[in-house]
Design a protein around this ligand. Structure first.
Ligand code: CA
Length: 227
């Protein structure tokens, strides 16, 4: 899941970016409203965290411009304390939630998870299921055949992507940009290594192997067809 943070206080922004990265999200930080709008329009983000007072366009203008262009990704506003009108204005313009500064990172992360698990089109499901594999977005827990599988944050993000789009062959370039925020041509085998570890955890000892490599194309998570 990709999150854009538009925040001009660099200390706050960097703190959010690091925290969200450690929680397994791909997080980009931009300290300027106009640049933020540009990135939000072109970066395929799942969520935008938006400060109100920004250089260039302010937070409301960024949100308004996104909605006018038909972009419906959720937006979480960061507002100054005790400015009730600000919060009302943000919600009226189509923000999904707001947090009043100063806030704790734990609270922000909880709000982010709630917003993201609503899904893009009012999908309320907190559970992804493919065959006997279950991923619980709420508890950040994975079960295979009823048994708990322990994953790192990156492995969890990788599995979530594969399960959300199961049956679809996902190219390495897409996995790289969605889970690692890297370019495809990066000279690294980080995806292969993570995928190998994930497959051992998910498929080893199971009669049905769910994660498949499609040579020259990428990876797919699906129940294999009987030949
Ligand atoms: Ca600000």
């Amino acid at each position: 899941m990709k999150i854009l943070i538009v925040e001009d206080e660099l200390k706050t922004g960097e703190y959010l970016r690091l925290g969200l990265s450690e929680a397994g999200y791909v997080a980009d930080l931009v300290p300027h409203g106009t640049d933020g709008l540009h990135m939000a329009l072109h970066g395929a983000y799942d969520l935008v965290i938006l400060d109100v007072m920004l250089p260039g366009l302010n937070g409301w203008q960024v949100l308004q411009a996104l909605r006018e262009r038909g972009l419906k990704m959720p937006v979480l506003f960061l507002t100054a304390r005790d400015q009730v009108e600000d919060r009302v204005k943000g919600l009226e313009l189509g923000a999904d939630d707001y947090l009043v500064k100063p806030f704790s990172f734990a609270e922000l992360l909880a709000r982010v998870r709630i917003i993201l698990r609503r899904g893009p089109v009012g999908n309320e499901s907190t559970m992804l299921r493919v065959a006997d594999l279950e991923l619980d977005l709420l508890r950040r827990r994975v079960l295979r055949n009823g048994k708990r599988v322990d994953l790192t944050a990156k492995e969890f993000g990788l599995l979530e992507l594969l399960m959300r789009r199961h049956g679809e062959v996902l190219p390495r370039s897409l996995i790289a940009s969605q889970v690692w925020d890297m370019n495809f041509d990066s000279d690294t085998n980080v995806i292969e290594v993570a995928m190998r570890r994930l497959r051992v955890k998910i498929d080893e000892g199971q009669s049905v192997k769910l994660i498949q490599t499609v040579r020259g194309m990428g990876y797919v998570l699906d129940v294999p067809q009987e030949e």
